[in-house]
Write a protein that binds this ligand. Structure first.
Ligand SMILES: [Mg+2]
Length: 269
C-alpha cells in the first residue's frame, strides 16, 4: 500500500543513482482530468520543473495512452522521450513510429472505427483515432452506464475477430492483442538507458503495469526505484495498492517535481 509522500527524503536513495531516469504519465498526473481529451493541459509548473529535471537526468520520458504526437504537443518540451498508446507508438525525430508487431492490425482497427461510428448512436460519445488504437470516450454521455453497456455490445464482434478491448476511466480502447503496455515501455527505457535509478509517476490503472514492472526490477536488485501514485477522485484502489508512495493530485506532482528538481540541481550543478 502506498505511503503518502510529503518529504523528498524517502526518494533520496533513488535520486543518488546514476544513470537516473524519470518516467511520467500525462493525463491526471501532469494535467488535471478534463471533460474531453482536447481540453487537457499540462500545468506551467509541471512543465517548468520537468524541463529543469530533464537537463540533469540521463532520461526523462512521458508515457501516455495518447498518440505520441499529442503527448509531445501537450508536454511541449524537447529532449524528452515520448511514448504513446500505452507503449505501442513512439515519437522519434519528429514523427510517430508504431511497433512493427502492431502495424498489421491498423487496417482492422480502421474498419472497426467505421463500423462503430455507424452502429453506436450515443450523443456525447467521442471516437478518437490514435493509429493502432481506437478510443471510445463516454464521459460526456448523459447515461454513462447505458453507454458503457452499448459500447461493450458493439465491441464484441471485434474482440471475437481478434482485437483487444481495454477498459479505462470512462473510456474503452480497441487495439491489437499484444502484450505491450506502459510496463514493457518502461523496461525498454531501463534497458536502453542502462538506468540504475528510476522514478515513475502515474494515476491510472494503465500505470499499474509500470508500477509492477518497476517493482520487479527492484526485487531483482537491478535498479533502485520508486513508483508514485497520483491520488485523484477517479482513481481505482489498485493504483494505491501497487504504488510505493502517493501524492495528492496534480498540485502534489508539482510539489514533487519541484523537490526533485532542487535535489538534482544540488547534486549535478
Ligand atoms: Mg493518467
Amino acid at each position: 500500500m502506498a505511503v503518502r509522500l510529503d518529504d523528498i527524503g524517502p526518494l533520496k536513495p533513488v535520486l543518488d543513482r546514476h544513470p537516473l531516469g524519470l518516467a511520467t504519465d500525462i493525463d491526471g498526473t501532469l494535467s488535471p482530468i478534463a471533460d474531453t481529451p482536447d481540453t487537457a493541459a499540462v500545468t506551467p509548473l509541471c512543465r517548468r520543473y520537468l524541463e529543469e529535471i530533464s537537463r540533469r537526468l540521463e532520461m526523462v520520458a512521458a508515457i501516455s495512452g495518447r498518440a505520441p504526437e499529442v503527448a509531445h504537443r501537450l508536454v511541449g518540451l524537447e529532449g524528452l522521450v515520448y511514448i504513446g498508446n500505452h507503449g505501442l507508438s513512439w515519437w522519434r525525430q519528429g514523427r510517430e513510429e508504431t511497433l512493427a508487431e502492431a502495424v498489421p492490425y491498423e487496417a482492422m482497427i480502421g474498419q472497426a472505427k467505421k463500423d462503430l461510428a455507424a452502429r453506436l448512436d450515443l450523443p456525447g460519445l467521442l471516437l478518437e483515432d490514435k493509429g493502432p488504437i481506437l478510443a471510445l470516450h463516454y464521459r460526456l454521455c448523459a447515461d454513462r452506464q447505458a453507454a458503457r453497456v452499448a459500447i461493450l455490445d458493439a465491441l464484441a464482434p471485434w474482440t471475437t475477430k481478434g482485437l483487444r478491448a481495454r477498459e479505462g476511466r470512462l473510456v474503452f480502447e480497441l487495439g491489437p492483442p499484444l502484450d505491450v503496455h506502459k510496463g514493457t515501455a518502461l523496461t525498454h527505457l531501463i534497458e536502453t538507458h542502462r538506468l540504475s535509478g528510476v522514478l515513475y509517476l502515474g494515476d491510472d490503472l494503465t500505470d499499474v503495469d509500470a508500477f509492477k514492472v518497476l517493482r520487479h526490477w527492484r526485487q531483482e536488485g537491478k535498479v533502485s526505484g520508486a513508483a508514485v501514485a497520483v491520488a485523484n477522485p477517479e482513481r481505482g484502489p489498485e493504483v494505491m495498492q501497487e504504488a510505493d508512495y502517493w501524492v495528492d493530485g496534480v498540485p502534489g506532482v508539482e510539489w514533487l517535481l519541484a523537490a526533485i528538481a532542487s535535489v538534482v540541481a544540488e547534486k549535478r550543478p
